[in-house]
Design a protein around this ligand. Structure first.
Ligand SMILES: Nc1ncnc2c1ncn2[C@@H]1O[C@H](COP(=O)(O)OP(=O)(O)O)[C@@H](O)[C@H]1O
Ligand SMILES: [Mg+2]
Length: 286
């Protein structure tokens, strides 16, 4: 029988849902907290013993923890959802934009600069309002809407005193969206669900972590095609695809390789956890 191992560093709804789905489907799903354990990476086989599974579902919240752990597990020959290369690209907005552009997937216009001067030059060409994003980050954290040069200079000054990664200036056109964005869920080669996320009052970002409200979206051809294309472009098994509705159609702005679905599952009535476990079993047998 296939053994699915879910690695995590914080138990959220999703990890519990995966375990419950395993019970329902008769699949062994074991949850392993990796926080206080250690791994011998010079040994060829899987260790410690608790990590021995036929397939791993990576659920760590910490980006670097998640990324390095995936590299280790993959090196020991276990398939991981998602692969290292997928996690590397999706965990970085700059690398994601490159991947989307190369795959011919529409994405918001984005400039990158490496100094305050470069950033201000980029802004004078891109125009205001513009959106500053840390290349690594989630939950809308430090994603800043900049309406004029004065605010841009403040954001830049703050960035200059942060860790060097924050001095990679990733600056994007502001897409005049209808107060919401889209999160679409891909499992394998299937789009299983999609939601609109409505930004809460007084907030321009619609992340559910910031109070964004999830409402079921009927999956149409456009979002389905773009999401599957995006998953293929980054080699994802399971992917959360974020899209913005622009006047020229959908623009994909982010890909999430460790996606949350605690709001999407009840809003859509889709057993997303069950679909992921079923897929994991198929992957283990491949
Ligand atoms: N270019 C943009 N134009 C308009 N709104 C945006 C833009 N980029 C992001 N947003 C809003 O900000 C939210 C957070 O941005 P996102 O790129 O998804 O970063 P995070 O990884 O923190 O979720 C999005 O869900 C969306 O509501
Ligand atoms: Mg997002």
């Amino acid at each position: 029988m296939v053994k699915v191992v879910v690695v995590y560093d914080r138990v959220r709804y999703e990890e519990k849902a995966l375990q419950r789905a395993g019970e329902r489907l008769g699949v062994t799903v074991s949850l392993v907290d990796v926080k206080d354990s250690f791994i011998d990476i010079t040994k060829g086989d899987v260790n410690p013993e608790v990590l021995k599974g036929d397939v791993i579902i990576q659920r760590c919240v910490g980006h670097y923890r998640s990324l390095y752990l995936t590299a280790i597990l993959e090196s020991m020959g276990i398939p991981v959802i998602n692969p290292f290369q997928t996690a590397l690209i999706c965990g970085d907005k700059l690398l994601t934009t490159i991947a989307l552009r190369r795959a011919g997937i529409p994405t918001p216009k984005t400039y990158v600069a490496f100094t305050p001067t470069g950033a201000l030059k980029a802004l004078s060409e891109l125009g205001y309002p513009a959106v500053f994003k840390p290349v690594v980050g989630s939950w809308g954290r430090l994603v800043a809407l900049v309406r004029n040069e004065e605010t841009a200079k403040i954001v830049i000054e703050h960035r200059e005193h942060l860790y060097p990664l924050y001095q990679i200036y990733y600056i994007q056109e502001y897409v005049d969206k209808p107060g919401r964005d889209i999160r679409c869920f891909v499992v394998g080669d299937e789009v299983v669900a999609a939601i609109y996320r409505y930004a809460p009052p007084g907030e321009w970002r619609s992340n559910t972590a910031l109070g964004g409200r999830a409402v079921k979206m009927d999956v149409n051809e456009e979002i389905e095609e773009l999401s599957l294309k995006a998953a293929k472009a980054v080699g994802a098994h399971v992917l959360g695809v974020d899209a913005l509705e622009s006047k020229d159609g959908l623009l994909i702005h982010e890909l999430n390789s460790v996606t949350e679905f605690r709001n999407a599952a009840p809003a859509t009535g889709v057993d997303i956890a069950g679909k992921i476990v079923e897929y994991a079993v198929k992957l283990a047998k491949r």
